[in-house]
Design a protein around this ligand. Structure first.
Ligand code: IPM
Ligand code: MG
Length: 355
């Protein structure tokens, strides 16, 4: 039996509820695929600040680095919005990503046939969409210096070095080789010097992947094209802030941001997390959609552990739950046979795995 150590970072808001469902599903998959998972919980975000005064306690890094992967929920909430920047939950998450060196954030957006009517877009536009946003995660304007604030001025700097662009570009091209071999690199090279370098370096790296077709697009156009004709995209390679925005946009092709998982990978261990936030407005009500997190657990099995059969089993169980008509509230307005709670959805998916 293969054993894996998983660090659970539940975080704030709906984080604990959705992680609990992912664990339920992991336990189901463990029993039928002869795997053994052990979990260690660690604090991050507002809950960590409340207990330790730091949104990212050192111990969370240690626990994570001693694990085989991190499964992460979400952080943040209005309660902590007025703290100084470095004490805010979001600063904890950014430091966490940086310390673990997870520079590549993979955000697949797949439109399930079962949910074709759940999107606000026309079925003909979205049917068959299957794209992957490859977002650079530990550079760009999120981290660039100088940055600062005075009473009347605030500033941040978008910086990328050649090496940072090279490594994320390689990730995008490697992923494209396993898919339909198209990369669209998204930048703002008509205005930004940092984007001009981005475009040059991505073009250089592409020479090592002659089978992959590379195109470039300005981010404003990409935001428009994603709604006009999303099927034109396979891998969308982009920097930190553009990827943040475009992946939220891509989620609405699929019907709900509550569906989209992500994998953040680098040279050490990976972090697997839903792309959505902590949704404090619905926390504790049992209405959050756990599928993004369950699907992130599937990505963890696939990418971190190479347990492909187990990952496929989770993906199939999610599809089955959707095709049987089960919907959490975020998806229920159109064609729900049965509106279910967060924990019911987790149990339904876990049951389909065991059967
Ligand atoms: C995400 C989130 C984070 C980000 C926030 C919570 C810091 O929006 O993972 O997309 O901007 O990266
Ligand atoms: Mg985001």
């Amino acid at each position: 039996m293969k054993s894996y150590k998983i660090a659970l970072v539940k975080g704030d808001g709906i984080g604990p509820e959705i992680i609990d469902e992912a664990v339920k599903v992991l336990d189901a998959v463990a029993s039928c695929c002869k795997l053994d998972f052990s979990y260690t919980e660690a604090l991050m975000g507002g809950c960590a600040y409340d207990i330790t005064g730091d949104p990212l306690p050192e111990e969370t890094i240690t626990v994570s680095l001693n694990s085989d992967a991190v499964l992460f929920g979400a952080i943040g909430g209005t309660k902590w919005d007025n703290l100084p920047r470095e004490k805010r939950p979001e600063s904890g998450l950014l430091r966490f990503r940086k310390e673990l060196g997870v520079y590549a954030n993979l955000r697949p957006a797949i439109v399930y046939d079962e949910l074709i009517n759940a999107s606000s877009l026309k079925p003909t536009v979205i049917k068959g969409v299957n794209l992957m946003v490859v977002r650079e995660l530990i550079g760009g304007i999120y981290f660039g210096e100088p940055k600062g604030r005075t009473e009347d001025k605030g500033w941040n700097t978008m910086v990328y070095t050649r090496d940072e662009i090279v490594r994320i570009a390689h990730q995008a091209f490697k992923i494209a080789m396993t898919r339909s071999k198209r990369v669209c690199s998204i930048d703002k090279a008509n205005v930004l010097d940092v984007s001009q370098l981005w475009r040059e370096v991505v073009t250089e790296v592409s020479k090592g992947y002659p089978e992959v077709k590379l195109s470039h697009m300005y981010v404003d156009n990409a935001a428009m094209q994603l709604i006009r004709d999303p099927k034109q995209f396979d891998v969308m390679l982009t920097g930190n802030i553009f990827g943040d925005i475009l992946s939220d946009e891509a989620s609405m092709l699929c019907g709900s941001i509550g569906l989209l998982p992500s994998a953040s990978i680098g040279d050490k261990i990976g972090v697997y997390e839903p792309i959505h936030g902590s949704a404090p407005d619905i926390a504790g009500q049992g209405i959050a959609n756990p599928i993004a997190t369950i699907s992130s657990a599937s990505m963890m099995l696939r990418y971190a552990f190479g347990e492909i059969a187990a990952a496929n089993r989770i993906d199939a169980a999610i599809k089955r739950a959707l095709s049987e008509g089960y919907r959490t509230q975020d998806l229920a307005q159109f064609d729900a046979k049965e509106v279910c709670s967060t924990s019911e959805m987790g149990s339904i998916i876990a049951n389909y795995i065991q059967r």
